[in-house]
Design a protein around this ligand. Structure first.
Ligand SMILES: [Zn+2]
Length: 440
């Protein structure tokens, strides 16, 4: 555990970085491009020095670090597949940072695998400081930047929660400066969530897009009176357009989204003028493979800040559209006009309400002996779990049933089937949640 001196030092660094945040989104485009190129060169040199994987990768492409002079040169290098980094993150870790302060973030994905990736302490603190550029965009709706109440609908052990715990043990922040936060589990029935929100009366509510969308649809249909925050912010997955319209237009609550991944903590944030997502080019390089500006293509990501596990030219799996136009809000950070592929699913409960897929998948993925799991909802109250068990570990199907019951209630019937492989979709993706309830 870091001592007080280190915490005070970190707090000082954070304060300094946070001050730079007020101007970064408005800096001259060429100046931003030079800054990005400088960070690309430094990252590639670091990855070459510190990891055998990247040395082999560059050599195979016939390149040396000196050949990569900036972001544009990354297009000459091969793309790193998501599966490789997901299954073998240790191959990407920098030798000299292995014993140093940092955090291994765990992310339960709907791909069925639990991903984990190590970030160094500096990268995490910089990402936290960079949260300010999102809060400044949000302040246009909330009216102020700090001191407000924020309700967070996320799972215990979510990436956001892990980062918060890291922040609290590494810094020293006086009371009253921080936001007043309260966490609500997305596994709670909507009626309980609504009662909690009414009582806490937050200015901002954060959560998963699909879950918040379903929550507000339920609230609107229930006909009850409810507390309205000044803004709703979602990340991690998509919100169906119809529900976004309902919240923004019919209920009159502004909706903003953020874009991040466990591989890069800050990719972008939604513009308050709603023109798209501003990319934080000082922190990441976003390329769109084989697509011109205005065309949709595969997103390729480089995280310029995390030196513990360099992530370079990584195919995240999202489809995005990059714009080369200027934004009416005045920010110079380039825009992504669309992000597809973040759509997560919701699970219908036997009582008719819904929970976010991760509220069900995360505890199953973490259960003893489980390597991969797929949930198929056959009927409202009937579930089939396909499980790949880990070799040589105890397996406990009853424990899986208990975990389903904890989230969905005792009315759910659960069958557990052992499988050797889980079929992929035509796009080559694993779908962790299959619903047969469509259209009912
Ligand atoms: Zn903008």
């Amino acid at each position: 555990m870091p001592g007080l001196l280190e915490r005070v030092w970190n707090t000082g660094r954070l304060g300094l970085w946070a001050r730079g945040e007020s101007g970064i989104a408005y800096r001259d485009r060429e100046e931003l491009a030079r800054l990005q190129d400088r960070r690309v060169r430094a990252l590639v040199a670091h990855a070459w020095r510190e990891t055998e994987y990247y040395r082999d990768w560059l050599k195979a492409a016939g390149a040396e670090p000196g050949d990569i002079r900036g972001a544009a040169d990354l297009a000459r290098l091969p793309v790193i597949d998501k599966i490789v980094l997901t299954r073998h993150p240790e191959r990407f870790e920098a030798q000299s940072l292995k014993g140093k302060d940092g955090i291994t973030l765990y992310s339960s994905g709907t791909s069925g695998y639990r991903r984990h990736l190590r970030h160094d302490a500096r990268a995490v603190l910089q990402a936290l400081a960079a949260g300010r550029r999102q809060r400044l965009a949000l302040a246009e709706y909330v009216g102020r930047e700090s001191g407000y109440r924020e309700a967070v609908f996320n799972r215990e052990g979510s990436v956001g929660g892990q980062l918060r715990a890291f922040f609290e043990t590494r810094t020293w922040v006086p009371q009253g400066v921080e936001l007043r936060r309260r966490r609500f589990s997305p596994a709670l029935p909507f009626a309980e969530l609504a009662a909690g929100v009414d009582e806490f009366a937050p200015e901002v509510i954060r959560g998963y897009g699909s879950h918040l969308g379903a929550f507000y649809q339920w609230l609107a249909e229930s006909g009850r009176r409810f507390h309205k925050p000044r803004a709703v912010v979602y990340g991690a997955d998509g919100m169906p357009p119809a529900q976004r319209r309902l919240i923004g237009e019919e209920l009159g609550i502004p909706v903003l989204s953020t874009y991040q991944a466990v591989e890069a903590l800050r990719i972008g944030f939604e513009c308050p003028a709603r023109a798209g997502f501003h990319i934080s080019v000082d922190q990441v390089v976003v390329r769109v493979k084989g697509a011109a500006p205005g065309e949709r293509g595969e997103m390729v990501l480089t995280n310029l800040w995390n030196y513990a596990t360099p992530v370079i030219n990584y195919q995240l799996g999202d489809l995005v559209t990059l714009s080369d136009g200027a934004c009416p809000c005045g920010r110079t950070l380039p825009l992504l006009t669309s992000i597809d592929g973040r759509a997560d699913d919701l699970v219908a409960r036997p009582d008719g309400t819904r929970v976010h897929a991760l509220a069900l998948l995360a505890p199953l993925q973490k259960a003893p002996g489980v390597m991969q799991v797929q949930v198929e909802q056959r009927e409202m109250d009937d579930f089939l779990l396909r499980v790949i068990w880990r070799q040589g570990e105890a397996r406990d199907a009853e424990e899986l049933k208990r975990r389903v019951e904890q989230v969905l209630g005792a009315a759910a019937a659960v069958e557990v089937e052992e499988v050797d492989a889980i079929a992929t979709t035509s796009a080559g993706k694993v779908k962790s949640l299959i619903s047969r309830l469509e259209g009912r």
